[in-house]
Ligand binder design. Structure first.
Ligand code: SAH
Length: 396
């Protein structure tokens, strides 16, 4: 095994169990290692710190698999870590019975670069680092063993693979592709999940609790759901007795899926749903001109800032939609507003939303913080693992 030797003082983050080693921390590599190979990591005074996946093309030069200098990184390692991730979720009563569930949340489950989501008997994996890519077979075997799933599909088509020098890869890795459409039951609502053509692994499981919360307050409300994708929030709002739900997305296929999802739920009042294919930035301005208002607005936009480098432009976009949202709320109205940008922390997000309320001339307060779900845990030492930030804001 090659050895990666750090510069003086650069071992400190590993004592805190931070899983990343940036290029600027690395002194030298002794021996040969190809992308994704496991290397032994040593401090400048040659103390062994653990074992990591080497990625020469990436600014994140290595990701720790283990901080135990004795632990081998082999098939059994992945079997153990994956079984532990699955067992962790089984131990949480709030996740019992969910058909759509994140099984592996990358670094936060001790498996850097590996995401796995379960939809019924199908598991979708996404491998985004050179190390994860290398261990594909072991990961598949570990998932089959831990879940007994019928099939596994790979959706490694995320842009971040490019940063590791990896090509996009997709395809069935295990089992017979299912010809029947895949769908899950989310708290009583049926949702089709397109694991091949949908976003990410097919669906946004991290909003499950927030959709359930919306359902609990929706009765009698006039609701606007912006960036609705396949209608997850919209359908839960209808299930909660909303008076009217207007849902906007710029993607025709996402809206077609949303409509089809409503069709899967004959118990829901379809006549209360309105779908609009439009740019949210423009649509909100049009509503303002038309004097249209709402009791509750959901703003769940795509990632405006993939990294800190894009934070400025993203901040303007968040400010813009939140300002427009505040202007469209009836007195006492509620705004469920989110950011899933890694480059924008909760504190900054709160500042942006505060600025938006101020500019909209609304008195407003946070009545609840809205976050991801228990199947998307965040390692205590790895705040980068926190993607979804949300605020529930009420205006006067
Ligand atoms: N709230 C959804 C997930 C939203 S994903 C859920 O719970 O499942 C973000 C969505 O925003 C995508 O469907 C994408 O098509 C849409 N989108 C991106 N930019 C947009 C824009 N400018 N106007 C409208 N929709 C947009």
């Amino acid at each position: 095994m090659a050895q990666l030797i750090l510069l003086p003082g650069k071992e400190r983050s590993s004592f805190k169990r931070h899983p990343w080693l940036f290029a600027g921390s690395v002194g030298r590599l002794e021996g040969r290692a190809r992308p994704g190979d496991t290397v032994e990591v040593l401090s400048d005074d040659l103390k062994v710190l653990g074992r990591a996946a080497y990625s020469p093309r990436s600014q994140i030069r290595a990701r720790f698999w283990t901080f135990d200098p004795e632990e081998s990184v082999d098939d059994a390692f992945f079997k153990r870590r994956i079984a532990a991730a699955v067992a962790r979720r089984q131990a949480l009563p709030e996740l019992k019975g969910q058909q759509g569930l994140r099984l592996i949340h990358a670094e936060s489950d001790g498996l850097p670069g590996i995401v796995a989501d379960q939809y019924g008997d199908t598991v979708v994996v996404q491998l985004t680092s050179a190390g994860a890519d290398k261990w594909r077979k072991a990961i598949v075997a570990g998932l089959v063993k831990a879940t007994g799933c019928a099939r596994i599909y790979e959706r490694s088509d995320s842009d971040v693979r490019g940063l590791e020098g990896l090509e996009p890869t997709t395809g069935w890795l295990y089992g017979e592709p299912s010809s029947a459409g895949l769908s899950i039951d989310e708290n009583g609502v049926q949702l089709a999940v397109d694991v091949v053509g949908g976003h990410k692994t097919g669906f946004y499981l991290d909003q499950r609790d927030n959709r359930a919360w919306l359902r609990s307050v929706a009765a009698g409300k006039d609701i606007l759901n912006c960036f609705c994708y396949t209608g997850g929030f919209s359908l839960q709002a209808l299930a909660g007795g909303a008076a009217h739900v207007l849902s906007i997305d710029s993607s025709g296929p996402a809206l077609a899926q949303a409509r089809a999802n409503l069709g899967l739920n004959p118990q829901l009042p379809a006549e209360r749903a309105e779908w609009l294919e439009a740019d949210v930035f423009q649509a909100l301005r049009d509503f303002r001109k038309a004097g249209r208002t709402f009791d509750l607005i959901v703003l769940d936009p795509p990632k405006f800032a993939p990294s800190a480098a894009h934070a400025d432009r993203a901040a303007r976009a968040y400010k813009d939609i939140n300002l427009l949202g505040f202007r469209l709320l009836k007195p006492g109205g509620l705004l469920m507003t989110y950011s899933c940008s890694g480059g924008i922390g909760l504190e900054l997000f709160q500042k942006i939303v505060a600025g938006a309320a101020l500019d909209a001339g609304r008195e407003a307060r946070i009545v609840r913080r809205l976050s991801g779900t228990a199947d998307h845990p965040v390692a205590l030492n790895f705040p980068e693992g926190e993607y979804l930030k949300g605020l529930l804001v009420q205006v006067d």
